[in-house]
Design a binder for this molecule. Sequence first.
Ligand code: BGC
Length: 998
Amino acid sequence: MELTNDELPANGLGSRHGLWGGFGAVSSLIDAIGQPGRDSFSRGNGKTGVNSDHDVVDTGFCSLQSVGGSAETKWFSVFRGFPDCQTSISNYLCANRILKYDYTAVLQERVVHFTVAYLKLGIPPSQPRRAAMERDGFARNHEPSSKASDALMSHTRETAAMKRDPGATAHDTGWFSRLQQRFPILQKKRGKALLTFILLLPLLGLLGLLALRNRGSEVSNGGDGDSGSTAGAIADDTYFYGQSEAVYPSPTMSGTGTWTESYNKASALVQNMTIEEKVSLTTGAGANTGCAGNIPAVPRLNFTGMCLMDAGQGLRATDFVSGWPSGIHVGASWNKNLTRQRGIGMGGEFRTKGVNVALGPVVGPVGRVVRGGRNWEGFAADPYLTGALASETILGIQSVGVITSTKHFIGNEQETNRVPANGIEAVSSNIDDKTMHEVYLWPFQDAVKAGSGNIMCSYNRVNNSYGCANSKTQNGLLKTELGFQGFVVSDWGALHAGVASANAGMDMVQPNAAELWGDNLITAVKNGSVSESRLDDMVTRIVATWYQMGQDQGFPDPGVGMPQDLTKPHAIVDARNESSKQILFDGAVEGHVLVKNIRSALPLQKPKIMSLFGYSARNPDQWNYNATGGTSAWMFGGESAFLGRYITGAFDLDSLEDIPQIAPDGTIICGGGSGAVTPAFISSPFDAISSRAYEDSTALFWDFFSPEPYVNAASEACIVLVNAFASEGYDRPGTHDDFTDGLIKHVADRCNNTIVVFHNAGVRLVDQFVDHPNVTAVIFAHLPGQDSGRALAALLYGDSNPSGKLPYTVAHNESDYEALLKPSPAEGIFVKFPQSNFTEGAYIDYRHFDAKNITPRYEFGFGLSYTTFNYSSLEITKREGAGTSSYPVGDIVEGGQSDLWDVLATVTARVQNVGEVDGAEVAQLYVGIPGAPVRQLRGFDKPFINATQSTTVTFDLNRRDLSVWDVVAQKWLLQNGTYDINVGGSSRNLPLQGTLTF
Ligand code: BGC
């Protein structure tokens, strides 16, 4: 694609001309397919390496693969390798639309045939799914997308700001500006538009009222996807100018702290590079590996290049790796030490395979939106717990020389409209300055403090400026306030403007130049649109991080163990390590949370007869890299879900809105999307329970198939193993489904000892069945990774004592979550610029339930054990000599002002195991800071205590733990006043109470 210089820099690097082909970008797609002599095309999503075959139509995330037919009439199966396709029907439809709309007869025909063939190919859903559909068990409230496909205009607020005020570089810290941050309404110079809107309101009639039904201050947060009236819809993003503060220029790496040597080495190397070499280091490029992203080597300078690969719970989409527990599972373990060990073990595997950058951990989403599709990738719906476990993960992974990419920066809390498509911009997370610091930036701050070498900027917009082009978040928060020394990489395809992103602090684009970077960045540097010093800083940050992890010395070749095509002969690089086995197992065990256990249902005592039910008991029928239609399913955690073996089955055009809540075709050990994992082995619950039955001579019966199975009334126990699936690319249609609840009730009606196990990729409500007198035990088994079955069996049979606690709140009803239940839709006048207003501030999850006095079914931090713990002897001691000035005074080091981490007080308590079984207890400390939520987690510890024994738990409270963000001073403020200190076993079971005064 040719760009004229006129377009630089005003629109960024070709920002008018679409983007990476992943998101239905019409212009780039047309360019790609419009070349003479090409009857098929490939855009490549850089994820799988499966992208360049003839007859593969790839819109980036949505590939249609030829599976038969003649030359004239092709049949395609949907290689919906990436979840945008799953939800964003629009991607799929848009492929049709684009091709029909604009392209040659050959392609036009092909797509028409594809559509027909696709429907023909649709294989009936598997039995449980069909049964579920018959019972109307799948939620039908997922909004079918009807987005049109238009070329994306990637005006970012920065781009526009630079256009209007190229000299705008000041970081305005005036009080009015702060007030504007706090109350975005004050920022609007768009009186005219607002007035028009207000005047139009009465005319919007019923539809408008419907759309406005759930509005917060301006637009709804949540709602059921009814886009209502779009009269007066904003068509131009100038409306939003001023909502995200301009912070320029981009701060250069300073080389503070432990970074000095790496910084010096990197600076020296960069000095010897040509502009072209420098740009190549910042630009994702194709490579003969299975890595999601690659950076080419510069052999002349002994820079070996880089491989970047996912990462959520082990190395994805390759062989000879382990399947570690997912983020939510780690969150439920509340075990810092185990989390560190997991990081070390996982990191070792990345290293062995030649992966320089592990694309994790996830600290955003935090879990603001209960139905968020990616909540399971992160640790907890609490910034403190998330930050603490992210920190351990980073320290673990980086200790073996692998760079962590902490993601997604920032406000990436929903999948709905996560990327721009079809004329609709990505959702804007509108977050005020205080909430930003106290909730969403908090875990990133921990990550930077832990030394995370890389941060991934996110798909969404933040205060109406794209995540990767947002100067406030990248230049301001990350690189100035937190003193971040590493580099910022774009999420895959999240680059929507070149010059603007470069100047706003993004340092590397992935997976490719996206027609906005690469050569155009060279042009931009040469014509002065981007300064060479900015380019130098990008490269210095990248190379310094490479040195910082010691990757210049003896690091395996990038992608050495990551073959592009696993079906082709390749050298075996077995990344697994014998010493990780115990950690994998312990990790799987500790993320299980027992929430109900009556009549001593558990642990099992050698039952004579036991019956097993549910679709999450056995392994999926297919676990195969190259199975028909299954390639992407395996790579993206979909073998048991609707990506699974009947890959077209769930994608009948007329049923796309019925995205199932469950993975009906087998057990799940991870969710779907790039956070999935592909271990070399899975222990399913059925396998493990069968082994135990063999040892105990138990007679087993099972039916994993029938929605209303026969239940042998002589069963001493009936275990129902079910799940709640979630995936990247779409938000969950619900938090409970009738099919599963019906199955549980059916069994419970016939078996007086019914034990329910959920593999749940997020919150799963249980009120539909949990009070059934025959439901004796319930376990949230989360996503345990490869040792799922072995871990569950150990818990069921009492070899291990449950010690997990919920990292989120389970409500009685969905409505209890109020506006935080669902993602914000594109609606009303913001139909082309979806808005998600974080007006609840810090009041997410338990903070919301506490503030609104809503009783949850199971509170945050809750979990049962086979023993009982008693709390006593609370002691609160202020640290002598610790500075207690209102504001910190330290220099900015990695993580922010150095004295934020000064310990100001220590709290100790005695915990005794008063039961008869040894076990671990997660002791939790909550602080009530004046003017803040009544309690916020500020400490936890997990001692293992033998029966009858006791131990002391100690919690250090540092300055940040006790502070609130002062939007005027732009600093953490330690207030004078009384702080409530509560210690106990959950957020609502806090027997020890005291105070601390400053
Ligand atoms: C996801 C990232 C992931 C990347 C590479 C993106 O779509 O949002 O989390 O690391 O793809 O696979």
